[in-house]
Design a protein around this ligand. Sequence first.
Ligand SMILES: Cc1cc2nc3c(=O)[nH]c(=O)nc-3n(C[C@H](O)[C@H](O)[C@H](O)COP(=O)(O)OP(=O)(O)OC[C@H]3O[C@@H](n4cnc5c(N)ncnc54)[C@H](O)[C@@H]3O)c2cc1C
Length: 521
Amino acid sequence: MVQEQTPVLIVGGSLVGLTSALLLGDQGVPSLVVERHPGTAIHARAGHFQLGTTEMLRQVGLERTVREASAKTYHPIGGIIAVESLAGKQLATFVKELNEGVEGFSPTVRVFIDQDVLEPILRERAVALGATVRNRVEATALEQDDDGATVTLHDLESDEEHTVRARYVIAADGNRSPMRTRLGIGMEGHGILSNSITIYFRADCTPLLEDRHESVIYVHNPELRGFFRLDRAGKAGFLVINSVGADVTTDDAVNVGDGITEERAAAMLQTAIGTPDIAAEVLQIVHWRAEANCATRMRDGRVFLAGDAAHVVPPNGGYGGNMGILDARNLAWKLAAVIRGQAGTGLLDTYEAERRPLSELTVEQAYTRYATRVVPERGTDDAEPFIDDLTMEIGLVMNSNAVIGGANDGARYMPAAETRGRPGTRAPHVALGPDRSTLDLFGRSFVLLRAAGDDWAPPGVEAHVIDSDGFLEAYGITRDGATLIRPDGIVGWRSTGAFAHDELTAALNSILALDVTPPVA
Ligand SMILES: Cc1cc2nc3c(=O)[nH]c(=O)nc-3n(C[C@H](O)[C@H](O)[C@H](O)COP(=O)(O)OP(=O)(O)OC[C@H]3O[C@@H](n4cnc5c(N)ncnc54)[C@H](O)[C@@H]3O)c2cc1C
């Protein structure tokens, strides 16, 4: 017997599941999140959060909370370098300062915050916005029909089962995604790159860091390859080890986790620190696989894959969690619009059409960073050319039926400074005052921006007349033109010059997949 109903069931209550619940809640749609673990993440894992994530956090009012929490653990300017060991020679600088080049492009900044610190913040806001989060509950079976999905939930505390009926399901159940397996969706890409480990430790490394405040410190020496992430005090953190030994081309070299003992891990940690003078205490060793793969599909009927369930990347570049958060941002407003009856179900087809090509691109960029920064000797011939971080964050281009008037040139990215409000790209930041941005207008509904003229807008669309310097140039329109921004901050349509109200209404209906018969002339 069906005991419970929810518009959206979210399987997995970690980074991407909680973000999905938060964004649905922000759209006024309640959801049920089930998570088999007793709480949110217990390990740091994701730490590097890019502009796509921090702009979303700003739009839901969490920017300050997250930046304050970040500052407790991390230095705001830390860069990314490579060393022989913490005590040894510096070998390379990959990123000089975390936010170098960001100013002018965004009202916010990239931050480092540990996943186990961020998740409770997301969860609290999701619950405040109407989500229900149940821990120690596992989704064990799924059936779909024309009207919805029926999912069996197993309460791991009471050992009882019941079913929940949902209109839609988000599978945010991680890289081994049982939901994906159940749906018979495969993965494709570069496969498994290494059986890596993360060693969480305490050690007072301050004498070795002097005035360095790096966010990520790669370690390259004949004994191991990996990276450190240290807290700003330099007294604790983790060391990821991706390969051991000087010859990284063998399978043994990348199967780091096989048979690892605590003594061996402690010895490798000491090697990475580079001096026996610093005493290190291993707190925990976590095994994980570095992979670079995409799911062959991101949707099956009423089930949408998001986050690591849909794509898995090595941590280099910090793309994993951020990519999942972009999935959630793309999907939440579309599900909400369909559930509220404001959009046709065709809008949901645009999730995979928009996110899959960009997921593939991002998986390749993470692979490029892994191949070139961690194990270049294993060969980089199959790695795509490097695309800079800012382009990957705010220069992505989408093509789908929810983008009207895009160039349709197949581009998946362009330099951040060149997007200029092109439909399918992130709407640019233009300062509207001190700490006030065009981006602050987006998030809940469609927004129409123009520089002059009346404030007419179709029902459900918020209109703003912007007279700030640089607005027309940044958005690629003239004084007679207008631009329509979707709730996820993506330009959905624009008219560079004068336009008729009907033209805008037709574009909006088309984005929303509403089959509206044109008025008889
Ligand atoms: C060392 C390391 C460093 C990283 N650094 C970064 C970084 O700097 N930046 C970044 O963006 N990313 C980083 N990542 C990647 C990031 O951690 C992941 O991409 C992110 O956790 C994915 O979130 P998710 O919610 O999709 O999946 P997960 O975090 O894996 O969560 C999935 C959840 O689903 C639950 N679940 C599974 N099946 C069921 C079921 N049947 N019923 C109920 N619950 C279920 C699981 O218990 C789990 O909690 C890093 C990863 C590692 C390993």
